[in-house]
Design a protein around this ligand. Structure first.
Ligand code: ADP
Ligand code: MG
Length: 239
């Protein structure tokens, strides 16, 4: 069992898993699109610890559990690898607008979903749709069928509604992120999240990352069920 501990960064690798866990020293990274590296360099001095540790793991296609407090830069930690891959043309380009996203991020609240969607819209090449409840479904449905969607940033309830009415199909999801997993569970989204994941390609055909500020047993159990040999990265005094 490999275990690495330094500066209150804890990385845990599943037994027998062969992966390079060296954190990035800067934004420069072979797999990243130049434009995104420049964007980060122009805005920030250096990667935050959660970014430095999780970027290489996600780029190596590993499932990851990232535990770090609020404000530690988790959005770019999970979004930048996907944005990079899509910018570099490493994904197939849709021939026509398609309501079958390759990237789905679930977040507990509309505000959080909107914050993630804003970052993705600023930096992405393909359509980003933010899907949340409390507003009529019409505009969201219209956008899905009109513009299509590559990155769907969702609250679980509304995502389920749109999937159930077949406005959105989850069979093309390659990269799933459960953001603020602890809060999603606290808010009672567990059954909805499980049902939605059941409609996606199976673990192994899909990369899954989970981000959370805390790591209670319920979040651990969710990770065990839906992530495949995840590497755990904990920043600060979480365990
Ligand atoms: P979290 O999801 O962990 O709560 P966010 O992703 O919302 O954190 O980021 C919090 C703030 O930190 C945002 O304003 C974001 O632009 C900023 N940020 C992201 N990456 C960095 C970085 N490498 N250095 C400094 N600030 C950053
Ligand atoms: Mg966040």
């Amino acid at each position: 069992k490999a275990f690495f501990e330094e500066n209150s960064i804890k990385v845990h690798i599943p037994e027998g898993k062969d992966i390079d866990i060296t954190p990035l020293a800067g934004f420069q990274f072979d797999g990243f699109a130049k434009r995104l590296v420049k964007y980060c360099q122009s805005k920030f001095a250096k990667p935050t610890p959660i970014q430095a540790c999780t970027w290489p793991l996600i780029m190596q296609k590993s499932d990851v559990c990232g535990i770090a407090k609020t404000g530690s830069g988790k959005t770019l930690a999970f979004a930048l690898p996907y944005l990079s891959m899509s910018r570099l043309g490493q994904l197939e380009v849709f021939e026509q607008p398609c309501a079958s996203p390759r990237f789905v991020a679930m977040a507990p609240t509309r505000e959080l979903a909107m914050q993630i969607a804003e970052v993705c819209s600023d930096l992405g090449l393909y359509p980003v749709q933010c899907i949340y409840g409390g507003v009529p479904k019409h505009d969201q449905r219209q956008a899905l069928t009109g513009t299509g969607v590559d990155m769907a940033i969702c609250t679980p309830g509304r995502l389920q509604d749109l999937v159930d009415e077949e406005s959105l199909d989850l069979s093309s999801v390659q990269y799933l992120v459960l953001d603020e997993a602890d809060r999603m569970l606290d808010m009672g989204f567990i059954d909805v999240v499980k049902a939605l994941i059941g409609k996606m390609p199976k673990a192994g055909k899909r990369q899954t990352c989970m981000f959370s500020a805390t790591w209670p047993a319920t979040v651990h159990a969710l990770a065990t069920k839906f992530l495949s040999e995840p590497v755990h990265v904990g920043i600060g005094s979480v365990d």
